[in-house]
Write a protein that binds this ligand. Structure first.
Ligand SMILES: *Cc1c(COP(=O)(O)O)cnc(C)c1O
Length: 352
């Protein structure tokens, strides 16, 4: 008897593997979450909205767009919100790719990329990172063909940490044809401290083929509420708005996001604490002999190769993210837990 059958691509789409749950949230250094609990002002606004859950959300996301447009100094029609920037990315690729179109992206990079590409019916063209775990933008530009519709740039890169520099991005953009869409994924931009880092918003003016993805999940600690957005040319933002399922983003998420934008100073203090903890972790690891690429994010990358899974197992009860055969990504968490991780890492090295 014939059965309902999904598109053939489902035979090869890898499942997204989320960070392993730990025995308590604090021990979960595997999902790049923010270790701080919600700010009281943010929690209060979200709770107010929770109490009117019998109502549909504002499908026009007006409050979000108004607030972001002021904060980022862009027009409201340059914005498109979604259920996390992952939600926006899936929508964007589905909207811009036909079957057989190519999407160029760096690898290793964000695990959701190949899934989003496959689901859109497109063909992924992964381009290996350089030895220092940075994007090889020359090779990515070389990989663009007649069939390329989209190029993904992840800066700073998940899971390795380094940024694309301003000069590298500028040089790259001169090589990209005007009908190829460049997506600059800035999920960790708030953690960037390098002055020479590329800033997606700086390259938007005068370009019709570049968009920036941002999220409230990481620096602003709203991962559980699912809200992120795109900034770009109005024509592209309009397509993404049209392609997003109506009412995808809740009023709870919108209220929390707007309250976060109103509490940016407090949130930035927390980001600063994470950045300084990150620097201590990198220093401790490097002086312990580890080869850690520059990180401008809320995580560190250990290029462990074939030892990745073994190392991750030795870190228990701290939960870290292992990529088999490649490396281990460790989120900057609460200082006490980071210290436990550093001890485990030192023990692992000593035992070799
Ligand atoms: C976490 C992350 C995102 C966004 O996550 P959302 O929670 O969906 O907003 C996007 N890109 C990268 C590279 C990430 O690491």
């Amino acid at each position: 008897m014939a059965l309902p059958r999904p598109r053939s691509v489902f035979q090869r789409i890898p499942a997204y593997r989320a960070g392993k749950p730990a025995h308590s949230d604090a021990y979960k250094l595997s999902s790049n979450e923010n270790p701080f609990p919600p700010l009281p002002s943010v929690l209060e606004r979200a709770s107010d909205e929770l109490a009117r859950m019998n109502r549909y959300p504002d499908a026009g996301m007006t409050a979000l767009y108004r607030s972001l447009s002021e904060r980022l100094d862009v027009d409201e029609d340059q914005l498109a919100g979604g259920t996390g920037s992952v939600g926006v990315l899936f929508t964007l690729l589905a909207a811009f790719c036909e079957a057989g179109d190519e999407v160029v992206y760096p690898w290793r990079s964000f695990e959701a990329y190949p899934i989003a590409v496959d689901l859109a019916g497109a063909t992924g063209v992964p381009v290996p990172l350089r030895d220092d775990a940075t994007h090889d933008l020359d090779a990515m530009a070389d990989a663009i063909t007649e069939a390329t519709r989209v190029v993904l740039v992840c800066t700073p890169n998940n899971p390795t940490g380094p940024v694309v520099t301003r000069d590298e991005l500028a040089a790259f953009l001169t090589r990209v044809p005007s009908d190829v869409l460049v997506v600059v994924d800035e999920a960790y931009v708030e953690f960037v401290r390098r002055p020479d880092a590329a800033r997606g918003l700086d390259v938007l003016p005068g370009r019709n083929n570049v968009v920036v993805l941002r999220t409230f999940s990481k620096a602003y600690g709203l991962a559980g509420l699912r809200i992120g957005y795109l900034v770009g040319p109005p024509a592209i933002a309009t397509v993404v708005r049209t392609a997003t399922p109506p009412f995808a983003v809740t009023d709870i998420a919108i209220a929390a996001a707007v309250a976060s934008l109103n509490a940016v100073d407090e949130l930035e203090q927390r980001v600063e604490a994470v950045v300084s903890e990150r620097e201590s972790m990198v220093d401790a690891l490097r002086s312990g002999g580890w080869d850690v690429p520059d990180t401008q994010t809320n995580f560190v990358w250990l290029p462990l190769g074939s030892d990745a899974l073994d190392f991750a197992a030795q870190c228990a009860p701290v939960s870290v993210r292992a990529f088999d055969g490649d490396g281990v990504r460790v989120t900057v968490g609460e200082p006490a837990i980071n210290a436990e991780f550093l001890d485990a890492a030192a023990r692992w090295r000593a035992a070799r």
